[in-house]
Write a protein that binds this ligand. Structure first.
Ligand code: NOJ
Length: 560
C-alpha cells in the first residue's frame, strides 16, 4: 500500500469560480478539463472539487438535492468521466466533496417529508419537531445556525396550517439529516460506492463535527450578545457529539476499506473537515484507524503572523496528532476563509484573530497586497516542507488577494444574507479566477470572455494576477509554486524524514530539518543572519532570500 495521500499535494478547485467553458458566467467541469495542464504544471497529485452535484446552489453546492448526479450547471456525468480520465492521464487523481450533515430542501427525501406531514416516517430522516410556545410558533429549542439566526425553520403542513420546524445547523436550505436513521447511513454507503465505481480516488468530507446530536435535542447555552454568528452557534456542543458520530464514520471506513480490498490498485481516502479551532489534540478523535484517513490542520491557516504562534501550532499538530498516528494536511487557504495575501498583508497581521467562514473578526486595517504576496510565498515555502499532505486553494498560486469591495447587491453568500449584511461572508475568496491579462471581459474566466455575466464580479486589475501574465514572469508566485512543489516531490516526500526544529539565533526566525532538507523562515521585517550552509533548493523570492542572511518575510529550502 502506498498510502499516497499521506504526502500528497492536493489542489482545491471551487468549480463555480475556476473556469467557465460554456460562457454562462459560472465555472464548469469542461472548464476544469481545459486547464488541467496548468494543474499538472504545479505537480499536484490530486484535485479536490467542492461539490458539483445537483443542487439549487443556496450554499453554492453544499446543499445537495441529488448525490448521484452532476448539476447541469457544471455539466454531466460523462463530463466527470472525461475529467477523471484526462486528469489521470496527467497523473492527477480526482477527489470529490461529500456533504453528510445535511442535504437540500429540494432533495426528494425532504420534499416527501414535508408533504407526508406530521408524524410520518418520511420526517424521521430529518429532525422535525413541534414548536415551543403556546401555538408552537417558537423554535423547538434555542439552537443557533452557524450562518446566523435560529437553527430551525417552520414548514407549512399539507393542509395549509403552520406546521412543524426542521433543524438546520447551516442555512434554512440545508436540513440536517437524522443520522440515527438506517436509510441515511445506507444512502451514504451507496454514495461513496457510486463515485468510487466511476474512478474517484477520495473524498473531502464536509462539516463532520456537527453530525452527532445529543438525543432529545436539549437547550444549548445562551451566548453573550455581539458574538459573530459562527462563534455564538458553536458554543453549543449538543450538535457536536463526536462520541455519537463515531459509529457512523466507522461504517464509512469499513465501506472504504472493503472497497480497497476488493479493488486491487485502488486506495481511496477521506479527509475530514473537522473544524475545531485551537484544540489540535481533539483532531485525533477523527483520524483514528476506524475513522477518517486524514484531517486538515486548520490552525496554521488561522495563525497570526507571529513566529511563536506558527511554531506552537506546528508543534502541537506534530506532537499531539502526527506522533500519535494521525495523518494531517496543512492548508493556508480555502473557499471559506479570507485569502492569505490579505490576511498577511494587513497592518494588524500580527494580532488579528481569524475564524474560517466568517470575517467579522478581521479588522478593517489597510492591506498591503505586495507584502501579503511576499508573506504568502514565504509561508507556503515553510509549510510545503512539513511532514504530511499539503492542500492549496485555487488562485493561491496566482497570489490573489481577498476581494473586499463586492457590492452588497452582488453578494451571494448566505452568511451575508442571514446576518443582514453584518458579516460579509465568503464571496471575496470565491471570485472567478483570472486566466488572461485582457483589460476587458472577465479575464478569460468565461468562454467568450463575457464580463457582465460572471456570478461574482472581478476587480478591474484582476489581469495582473492572471495565469497568463504570471506564467511569463520567471520570478512570479506561480513559478515559485511550480519550483516548490516539484522540489517537494524530489526531496521532501522521497527523503521524508523525522521532523525536528533547528535552533536559530532569532525568535522571529523558524527552522526545521527533515533528513538533508533544512527549511528557514524569517517572519520579521529585517534581514536575519543564519549560521547554516547548504545548496539552495527553493527560495520564496528568486535569488533574493539567502546570502548568509535570510531576507525579511522570506523562506528558503536548503539541502544540507
Ligand atoms: C463547510 C464548507 O466548507 C462550507 O463552504 C459550507 O458552507 C458548510 N460546510 C456547510 O456545508
Amino acid at each position: 500500500m502506498s498510502e499516497w495521500w499521506r504526502q500528497a499535494v492536493v489542489y482545491q478547485v471551487y468549480p463555480r469560480s475556476f473556469a467557465d467553458a460554456n460562457g454562462d458566467g459560472v465555472g464548469d467541469l469542461r472548464g476544469i478539463i481545459s486547464h488541467l495542464d496548468h494543474l499538472q504544471s504545479l505537480s499536484v497529485d490530486a484535485v479536490w472539487m467542492s461539490p458539483c452535484f445537483r443542487s439549487p446552489q443556496r450554499d453554492h453546492g453544499y446543499d445537495v438535492s441529488d448525490y448521484f448526479d452532476i448539476d447541469p450547471m457544471f455539466g454531466t456525468l460523462a463530463d466527470l468521466d472525461e475529467l477523471i480520465v484526462e486528469a489521470r492521464r496527467r497523473g492527477i487523481k480526482i477527489v470529490l466533496d461529500i456533504v453528510p450533515n445535511h442535504c437540500s430542501i429540494d432533495h426528494a427525501w425532504f420534499r416527501s417529508a414535508v408533504s407526508a406531514g406530521r408524524g410520518s416516517v418520511e420526517r424521521e430522516r430529518f429532525y422535525f419537531r413541534d414548536g415551543s410556545g403556546p401555538n408552537g410558533d417558537e423554535p423547538p429549542n434555542n439552537w443557533l445556525s452557524l450562518f446566523g439566526g435560529p437553527a430551525w425553520t417552520r414548514v407549512t403542513e399539507p393542509d395549509g396550517s403552520d406546521g412543524q420546524w426542521y433543524l438546520h445547523v447551516f442555512d434554512a436550505g440545508q436540513p440536517d439529516f437524522n443520522w440515527e436513521h438506517p436509510d441515511v447511513q445506507q444512502h451514504f454507503d451507496d454514495v461513496l460506492t457510486f463515485w468510487l465505481d466511476r474512478g474517484v480516488e477520495g473524498f473531502r468530507v464536509d462539516a463532520v463535527t456537527v453530525v452527532g446530536k445529543t438525543p432529545g435535542l436539549p437547550e444549548g447555552p445562551t451566548p453573550p450578545p455581539g458574538l459573530p454568528a459562527a462563534h455564538a452557534s458553536a458554543m453549543n456542543k449538543h450538535f457536536q457529539r463526536h462520541d455519537i458520530a463515531r459509529a457512523y464514520w466507522a461504517r464509512w471506513r469499513r465501506t472504504l476499506d472493503r472497497y480497497q480490498a476488493e479493488h486491487p490498485g485502488r486506495e481511496p481516502f477521506t479527509i475530514c473537515e473537522a473544524y475545531i479551532p485551537r484544540k489540535p489534540q481533539l483532531i485525533l478523535d477523527y483520524v483514528a484507524p476506524d475513522q477518517f484517513h486524514q484531517a486538515f490542520a486548520f490552525d496554521l491557516m488561522l495563525s497570526p503572523w507571529v513566529a511563536a504562534s506558527v511554531k506552537g501550532f506546528v508543534d502541537s499538530y506534530v506532537n499531539d496528532v502526527m506522533n500519535n498516528g494521525g495523518a494531517l494536511a496543512w492548508t493556508l487557504n480555502n473557499h471559506d476563509t479570507h485569502r492569505s495575501v490579505t490576511r498577511y498583508g494587513r497592518a494588524d497581521a500580527a494580532t488579528a484573530e481569524s475564524w474560517t467562514g466568517n470575517n467579522l473578526v478581521y479588522t478593517n486595517t489597510p492591506v498591503d497586497v505586495a507584502l501579503g504576496v511576499r508573506r504568502s510565498r514565504a509561508m507556503a515555502v515553510f509549510t510545503a516542507g512539513l511532514p504530511g499532505a499539503f492542500f492549496l486553494y485555487q488562485g493561491e498560486e496566482l497570489g490573489l488577494p481577498e476581494v473586499l469591495d463586492i457590492p452588497g447587491d452582488r453578494r451571494q453568500d448566505p452568511i451575508f444574507h442571514r446576518t443582514h449584511g453584518n458579516e460579509k461572508g465568503r464571496d471575496g475568496c470565491r471570485v472567478p479566477l483570472p486566466w488572461t491579462q485582457d483589460r476587458s471581459g472577465n479575464h478569460g474566466f468565461s468562454a467568450g470572455n463575457t464580463e457582465h455575466i460572471s456570478w461574482l464580479p472581478q476587480p478591474k486589475n484582476w489581469g495582473e494576477h492572471s495565469a497568463e501574465s504570471l506564467d511569463l514572469d520567471p520570478d512570479s508566485i506561480t513559478n515559485m509554486y511550480r519550483t516548490l512543489l516539484k522540489e517537494r516531490r524530489n526531496v521532501a516526500s522521497a527523503e521524508a524524514g523525522e521532523f525536528s526544529w533547528l535552533e536559530t539565533e532569532h525568535a522571529d526566525v523558524l527552522g526545521y530539518r527533515r533528513d538533508r532538507l533544512a527549511v528557514f523562515f524569517n517572519l520579521s521585517d529585517e534581514p536575519r543572519s543564519l549560521d547554516m550552509s547548504g545548496e539552495v533548493l527553493v527560495e520564496s523570492e528568486s535569488g533574493a532570500c539567502w546570502d548568509g542572511d535570510l531576507a525579511p518575510n522570506s523562506a528558503v529550502w536548503l539541502r544540507l
